[in-house]
Design a binder for this molecule. Structure first.
Ligand code: UDP
Length: 241
């Protein structure tokens, strides 16, 4: 179903951090958060926007944290990768509940659970208005799901990376810790590097910059924020050339 409302991005790559899924909890998945995100995605699907989705796993396990506890870094990252799969499967199931057609494609072989990722398959599904959930990051340790978001965004020719966070956009410093943090509405790739702003890790950021893929950082917890972005409202922080 599509309405007459105009959208400015025909295809988006939405990146949601794992932490966003845990809601007020310290660990795990808050089903109500998944439901809220599904509803937000449905709003933009109804406009006719195609949606790719990458979910992190900070709500479960992150490689860097596990390795500090004494698990080998590569094994730690494998655990992180598998955790993104858990989040993706949960999101997929909630989307089914909301009659959203979605598909999980994994960067590593998960025989019996979901299909392997290929960009051809992903693009075909996106063109058929399925939400494609890209699970298992890029499938290799020492990377992050931000890199996966940028990589899949470029591969599927998405128009923008939308990074959903718990704050309103990019600030000069952590706004949850510092009252005097400055909020930026608009930045260039160069500004981000010069000011050493924490938008995403350097590897992911360089990929986006080198391929001229705009990034918008926004608050995923704000109702209708995704809808406002795809219909052209100035929500969050936009980063471009
Ligand atoms: N990870 C990885 N390779 C990838 C993607 C993720 O090794 O391509 C692992 C890594 O350990 C990372 C964890 O999965 O810490 C979760 O990803 P991320 O830290 O990006 O999650 P987020 O911060 O977005 O919740």
């Amino acid at each position: 179903m599509s309405t007459n409302t105009k959208f400015i991005y025909p295809r988006i790559l939405l990146k949601i951090s794992g932490e966003a899924l845990q809601g007020a909890n310290k660990f795990g998945i808050d089903i109500n958060v998944l439901k809220k995100i599904a509803k937000e995605i449905k709003l933009v699907l109804n406009l006719g926007v195609q949606v790719g989705l990458v979910i992190g796993s900070g709500n479960l396990f992150r490689g860097a944290t596990l390795s500090k506890m004494g698990i080998n870094r590569i094994a730690s990252d494998h655990i992180g990768i598998l955790s993104t799969m858990i989040n993706s499967l949960a999101m997929h199931d909630i989307m089914n509940e909301y009659s959203i057609r979605s598909y999980v494609l994994s960067a590593i072989s998960m025989s019996g659970i979901c299909e392997n990722y290929t960009y051809q398959r992903a693009v075909k599904l996106l063109c058929n208005n399925y939400v494609v959930i890209f699970a298992a990051g890029i499938g290799n340790p020492l990377f992050t799901t931000d890199s996966a978001a940028c990589l899949r965004g470029i591969e599927t020719r998405s128009n923008i990376i939308l990074k959903g966070t718990k704050v309103d956009g990019v600030y000069s410093k952590d706004p949850t810790k510092y009252d005097n943090a400055i909020f930026y509405k608009k930045l260039t790739y160069r500004d981000v590097l010069r000011k050493e702003l924490k938008v995403m890790d350097l590897c992911a950021f360089s990929l986006a910059r080198d391929h001229n893929l705009p990034i918008r950082v926004f608050n995923i917890n704000k109702s209708n924020s995704l809808y406002r972005i795809v219909t052209g409202c100035d929500e969050g922080t936009i980063i471009t050339t």
